[in-house]
Write a protein that binds this ligand. Structure first.
Ligand code: MG
Length: 110
């Protein structure tokens, strides 16, 4: 039995392959699409108080960002939970809780 991420990746590959879009899904264009979707997410909040942004639109654009992020990781055959855990470990080392607590400072300013 697959885990939810594997099931999702399988659906993404099927969606892509039914449309013959693998030819367009090189790492550069997946990264650009991810960035563009992140900009669309930002646009939902633009010129508004955070609480005035439409949650349905936030949800939709966040899903777009995540779908492209997952496709980019899949392009490199990277294990998504593993790469996220690796980066979380790096971030934990950069931002020790005792130094970073209650601070929004970048790690080199802690
Ligand atoms: Mg979008």
């Amino acid at each position: 039995m697959n885990n939810p991420i594997d099931d999702l990746l399988q659906q993404l590959r099927q969606f892509r392959d039914e449309r013959d879009w693998a030819q367009f899904h090189n790492p550069k264009d997946l990264a650009l699409a991810l960035s563009i979707e992140a900009a669309e997410l930002n646009e939902v909040f633009l010129w508004k108080k955070p609480e005035d942004a439409d949650p349905a639109r936030v949800r939709e654009e966040l899903a777009d960002v995540l779908l492209y992020a997952f496709q980019l990781a899949d392009k490199y055959n990277w294990d998504i939970p593993q790469l996220m855990q690796e980066k979380l470990s790096i971030n934990a080392a950069k931002y020790p809780a005792d130094k970073a607590r209650n601070s929004a400072a970048k790690y080199d300013k802690l």
